[in-house]
Design a protein around this ligand. Structure first.
Ligand SMILES: Cc1cc2nc3c(=O)[nH]c(=O)nc-3n(C[C@H](O)[C@H](O)[C@H](O)COP(=O)(O)OP(=O)(O)OC[C@H]3O[C@@H](n4cnc5c(N)ncnc54)[C@H](O)[C@@H]3O)c2cc1C
Length: 292
């Protein structure tokens, strides 16, 4: 079954090469599928061998633990990497880069999704995490989601209110997102470019974009902002090994070079405990933690 995969199959592939934090031990079996058929072969193999499957898009919102992953990792960035535009709608594969999609749409005078600009993501990862900002999340623009069931059949889902929640989209267990339809609207390129420029400027001034991170570590608790709580608890700049709570935005942990997942998880524990102790607020991670 693995032999039928036309894309790449690697063994003991270090996931630090595939995460924005540059952290993560080896995946026993690492598959970069070429198409949906390859994904089916990988899922079938995992089912037969009773191995867990982990999906990684761009790896921009995950911490992979130091001992890596016992199972099959499907890496989808670049696979299913085509987008088409029909009228005021985009049909995009799960491996399409979010920034590329926004750029391609803008060139056709199609906008409406500018609130997603500057978020490093594949479409699959953006859907799974309902990526976005307070001004708009990807779930607000989705008219259909396509996914692969573990048995290899394709499912289509038309989301209604409540299907996409804060930082999550709940897929049928074990399924893999393969694409979606997004509602756009006509907007002159110059207007879109102006808005993109403004948004990127704000993002650059509030987030440590040039350093290795995995975006916000914490969800905002109801009625509060995680970043403010972390700052008030004096956690800015706190270090463990080569991991550091960003001085620019305390909701980001950065890898200064050579940090381990253990260092990052140590800072996560420290921040959780301190915020709980000082403010009685239980913080919940936004970042996905996987592996042994
Ligand atoms: C500098 C920086 C800034 C960021 N700013 C923002 C921001 O403003 N707003 C925001 O929302 N996020 C932000 N993030 C976080 C991150 O960019 C988003 O969560 C993004 O959606 C992750 O996409 P990805 O393709 O890298 O997913 P990954 O990190 O690879 O995966 C994230 C989760 O999605 C699942 N997944 C991925 N693809 C699929 C698929 N095809 N099928 C099923 N499950 C899948 C994975 O299993 C995992 O649980 C930022 C990150 C960085 C590094």
């Amino acid at each position: 079954m693995l032999g039928e995969i036309r894309g790449e199959v690697r063994f003991k592939e270090l996931l630090s090469f595939h995460t924005s934090l540059r952290i993560g031990g080896p995946a026993d079996i690492f598959v970069v599928p070429q198409d949906v058929e390859d994904m089916r072969h990988a899922l079938k193999f995992a089912e037969r061998e009773q191995l867990p499957v982990f999906v990684v898009g761009g790896g921009n919102n995950v911490i992979v633990k130091d001992r890596g992953i016992r199972g099959v990792v499907l890496r989808l960035e670049g696979c299913l990497g085509r987008a088409e535009f029909h009228g005021e709608e985009a049909v995009a594969g799960a491996g399409v880069g979010l920034s590329a999609l926004i750029r391609e749409a803008a060139a056709l005078n199609l906008g409406g999704i500018e609130s997603l600009v500057g978020i490093p993501a594949t479409i699959g990862g953006a859907l799974a995490t309902n990526a976005g900002t307070a001004d708009g999340r990807i779930g607000d623009f989705v008219s259909a989601v396509y996914f692969l069931h573990p048995d290899g059949t394709i499912g289509e889902f038309k989301p209604g209110p409540g299907n996409f929640t804060y930082k999550a989209f709940h897929l049928p267990p074990g399924s893999v997102l393969v694409g979606c339809r997004l509602r756009l609207h006509r907007r002159p390129l110059a207007e879109i470019q102006k808005e993109i420029k403004q948004r990127l400027k704000v993002k650059k001034s509030t987030q440590p974009l040039a350093l290795a991170s995995a975006g916000c570590v914490w969800k905002n608790p109801p009625g509060a902002e995680a970043t403010r709580l972390l700052e008030k608890a004096g956690l800015r700049g706190k270090r463990l090994g080569a991991a550091e709570i960003s001085t620019k935005n305390a909701n980001f942990i950065i890898n200064r070079g050579g940090a381990t997942a253990g260092d990052i998880l140590g800072l996560i524990d420290l921040a959780r405990e301190r915020v709980h102790h000082q403010f009685g607020v239980p913080l919940e991670t936004e970042i996905r933690i996987i592996g042994d």
